[in-house]
Design a binder for this molecule. Structure first.
Ligand code: SAH
Length: 382
């Protein structure tokens, strides 16, 4: 059991009152009970935990708020918009913690104002920090309520001086009254505007807006199981749906004939195309589209897919996407899920035609109730 000073208020790590092993068992049991409730066989009997489940996250989001005469920065208190003054969060690196606690002091030193949600006044809303665990590159995104950022160059100078590890600084402008962190507009204040990191021997460009798995060590475990379950021989057409920057597709491309990646975030698609080029991969093609729209279209055209990988967000996939799978009938479907509830809901549509031949859970979000599951489905013989 680990001691965290903000455990009760933060709510991020909601399994901290248990040992790590008890938490793992609880996640495994949750997945099993969801499958059993729907009489689905083949749920994972193993969960891959971390040897050292601390300092595992590569991404940190902090929100700023004025409290009395000073600015504080930290996470939102669970289910509220109250900001908890961050002392230390041990699921993030010391470096990210240090940057996060330095920023409120810098805001005050430069007489900048933290954004006030209720009044809609003030400038600095959030900071988004990303860290390359292999590359050691660090991105700082400062989210402001308006484009005008007085003392911008001083801000950048002081931040870089204090943390030479920072390789890029971005200003993101979010003027809307919303709890979504990032706005549309961005201005690069320092460096290339992206960082890179290495996963499974490939180098990936990570941008502020594109998705990148938050636990790099466990991501390699996850992708290793995806590769094993896909069991490609080199002749297959693979579709990586909800591909993000194309990490899974590119890792599988070594053993596939052709890989198609579909993703609806244009920023991620741009990064993906550039990633494929940088890694000299020529058999991966990206489509910037809604996954359901794309699947419907290729099902209508009777395209051939051997192996479909799907890794949707927590909300899961759509009935129409699943119907298209039943039309396309790929031999194998690998469902990578970060929410077992929507996974089970979606599997119910596929199970009459498919059977689960393998599955495993991976603890990507240690100490939190969230869990990642991979289910490998094989088409039943007609
Ligand atoms: N497989 C990737 C990304 C998984 S996260 C990885 O391992 O890194 C899910 C991705 O689905 C995100 O990149 C998100 O932008 C994308 N997404 C969400 N809704 C989508 C939709 N309707 N159509 C296509 N992509 C979508």
């Amino acid at each position: 059991m680990l001691k965290c000073p903000i455990y009760k208020r933060c709510g991020g790590c909601n399994l901290l009152h248990k040992t790590y092993e008890e938490g793992l068992e609880e996640k495994k049991a949750l997945i099993a009970s969801l499958f059993q409730k729907e009489k689905l066989v083949g749920f994972p009997t193993h969960i891959c935990g971390m040897e050292n489940p601390t300092r595992y996250r590569n991404k940190m989001q902090v929100t700023f708020k004025r409290e009395g005469r000073k600015t504080i920065g930290g996470f939102y208190e669970e289910n509220t918009h109250r900001v908890i003054d961050l002392e230390e969060c041990f699921i993030h690196s010391e470096l990210l913690n240090n940057i996060a606690t330095f920023l409120p002091k810098l805001i005050d030193k430069l007489h900048l104002s933290a954004y006030d949600e209720d009044r809609g006044s003030g400038l600095i809303r959030h900071a988004l920090l990303k860290e390359g665990f292999v590359s050691h590159e660090v991105m700082v995104v400062i989210v402001t309520a308006s484009e005008v950022f007085p003392g911008r160059s001083e801000f950048v100078k002081e931040l870089r001086q204090a943390f030479p590890a920072i390789t890029t600084i971005i200003q993101n402008v979010n003027p809307r009254k919303t709890s979504i962190i990032l706005g549309e507009k961005e201005r690069i204040l320092y460096g290339p505007g992206w960082i890179s990191d290495t996963l499974c021997s490939l180098r990936f460009k990570i941008t502020s807006k594109s998705f990148f798995q938050v636990n790099p060590k466990q991501t390699e475990v996850l992708y290793g199981h995806v590769e094993r379950m896909a069991g490609l021989k080199g002749t297959e057409i693979v579709l990586d749906a909800y591909s993000g920057i194309g990490t899974i597709g590119m890792i599988l491309s070594k053993k596939a004939k052709q890989v198609y990646c579909v993703e609806n975030n244009s920023d991620a698609v741009r990064a993906g195309i550039s990633n494929a080029k940088d890694n000299k991969i020529t058999n991966v093609q990206f489509f910037c589209d809604d996954a359901t729209h794309f699947l419907n279209a290729i099902a209508k055209n009777n395209e051939h897919i051997d192996c479909l990988i799907m890794d949707p967000p927590r909300t899961g996939s759509t009935p129409s996407f699943l119907d298209s799978i039943l039309k396309l009938k790929p031999k194998k479907v690998l469902y990578v899920s970060c929410d077992p509830t929507t996974l089970v809901r979606d599997l119910k549509t596929l199970i009459p035609t498919y059977q689960i031949i393998d599955s495993i859970a991976v603890d990507m979000f240690c100490w939190t109730k969230h869990v990642e599951t991979i289910v490998c489905l094989s088409k039943k013989q007609a």
